[in-house]
Design a protein around this ligand. Structure first.
Ligand SMILES: *Cc1c(COP(=O)(O)O)cnc(C)c1O
Length: 429
């Protein structure tokens, strides 16, 4: 597959190059030159690993052989998505609603799919020089990336996150690893962290010297990995498109939604998507007014979606334009998300705020006769504070979290200062 820089269409590259560079010139996003269309009946019948192989093969060939891809998938996709049906009494109408649980990986969030696939690819395609993964996170990316690369030889990881704006369980999960994992608590917002990372990537000397690579959801390797579970969802529901299936995606940087749109463009039988955001609602407002007007980011309990300048949006918009599709986008406020957590609890389903936002938006968007699915992007215990506030009881902590809560937080503190980050990165190499 050839990848095209959306900001400079004359710049084209291969999958390994797109995965290594992250961003193209002018901070442009890479995008596949075309979206392959698969025979959906055949693909949906395959066992999971073979299905993932067929879905991803066109995006990585010819540089990565089918054999190498199979090896990468075996290593990276060591856990699966699971589908839970909500009790029918749950719904006002007769609609069937399903939860697609994407949090069964080592950092308990859906980002494990993309981060682990990317890490497994990079460890096989990286050159002999140093490589530094630099990523800004509002929570889950940091944990997923840190775990995916932890202990990988010749690769260092630097994670920036907004100090005090992520949950303690979140922070402990990736700031206590040490080794090749370096974490920086920035005195600012997620957008500040993202701007600092962007400035570092603008410095071509630094990029070369440190072998800088962004593992943010702008990286094509992460994005394509996420296409697979939309196919898994349809396969596991035995859904071939006879009924209408609407999927609600809790969105921050819009990588997950872009992957869903790509799956649909490939022939995956999903009728439509709901882009569910919290009150950081740049995209819903844009789709209603036609005006792109990011506001200052506001902190919410679904903090991985506290993003006002979603960096994957140009890709999502390109697919929508190319295919002539419209997108339902719904913003859910804090009160509505807490109501949704309680409503789900009443149905015997424990959900954290991001998944609850997706559920609340799905309920608003679903039409009679349609089936609905909402993506559960993090394990409830990663957001224990919010569950406690909504339900008056704490979720049971799983062992992975218990074991890190008392470990030393190894993060260093930093002001919003591009120069300070530059020095930090130069000191590492
Ligand atoms: C990152 C994240 C999201 C948002 O995903 P995007 O691909 O950035 O839109 C939603 N929920 C959780 C739990 C996340 O970690």
């Amino acid at each position: 597959m050839e990848y095209v820089n959306l900001a400079m269409p004359s710049e084209k590259c291969s999958f390994p190059e797109a995965a290594i560079r992250g961003l193209g010139s002018l901070q442009g996003l890479f995008f596949p030159a075309f979206i392959p269309v698969l025979e959906k009946e055949k693909v949906l019948e395959l066992p999971r690993m073979e299905r993932c192989l067929q879905v991803l093969k066109p995006f990585v060939e010819p540089e990565l052989s089918q054999g190498l891809l199979a090896e990468i998938l075996e290593e990276a996709f060591s856990f699966e998505a699971s589908v839970k049906k909500l009790e029918p009494s749950a719904n006002s109408g007769n609609a069937a609603i399903f939860a697609l649980e994407l949090f069964n990986g080592p950092s308990l969030a859906f980002k494990d799919f993309g981060a682990r696939f990317m890490a497994s690819c990079l460890s096989r395609i990286k050159g002999p020089g140093p490589m530094t993964i630099l990523t800004a996170t509002s929570g889950d990316t940091g944990a997923a990336v840190a775990h995916a690369f932890f202990g990988m030889e010749g690769i260092k990881v630097v994670v920036l996150y907004p100090e005090g704006k992520i949950s303690r369980a979140q922070e402990q999960l990736f700031c206590s690893l040490g080794g090749n994992i370096h974490t920086i608590a920035v005195a600012g917002s997620f957008d500040d962290c993202q701007a600092m990372a962007k400035a570092a990537f603008d410095n071509t000397g630094l990029v070369k010297k440190a072998g800088l690579n962004s593992a943010n959801s702008i990286n094509m390797a992460r994005l394509v990995a996420q296409i697979t579970y939309y196919w898994d969802l349809c396969a596991s529901l035995g859904h071939t498109g006879k009924e209408e299936l609407v999927v609600s995606v809790p969105s921050g940087n819009f990588g997950n939604l872009t992957a869903g749109l790509m799956a649909k463009a490939m022939g995956c039988p999903i009728k439509g998507f709901v882009a569910a955001t919290n009150i950081n609602d740049t995209v819903p407002r844009y789709l209603h007014s036609g005006k792109w007007q990011p506001l200052p980011t506001r902190a919410t309990s679904s903090n991985a979606m506290d993003v006002s300048k979603p960096n994957n949006w140009p890709r999502a918009e390109k697919i929508l334009k190319d295919q002539g599709w419209t997108l339902d986008a719904i913003s859910v406020n804090e009160e509505e998300s807490f109501d949704a957590i309680r409503e789900l609890d009443g149905l015997g389903y424990e959900a954290e705020p991001h998944s609850a936002v997706a559920y609340a938006a799905l309920k608003q968007a679903l039409k009679p006769g349609q089936r609905g699915a909402f993506l559960c992007t993090a394990h409830p215990t990663k957001f224990a504070e919010a569950i406690q506030a909504a339900l008056g009881r704490a979720p049971v902590l799983p062992e992975v979290i218990k074991s890190v809560m008392d470990k030393k937080n190894l993060s260093v503190k930093m002001a919003v200062d591009n120069g300070a980050l530059y020095s930090f990165l130069m000191d590492l190499v």
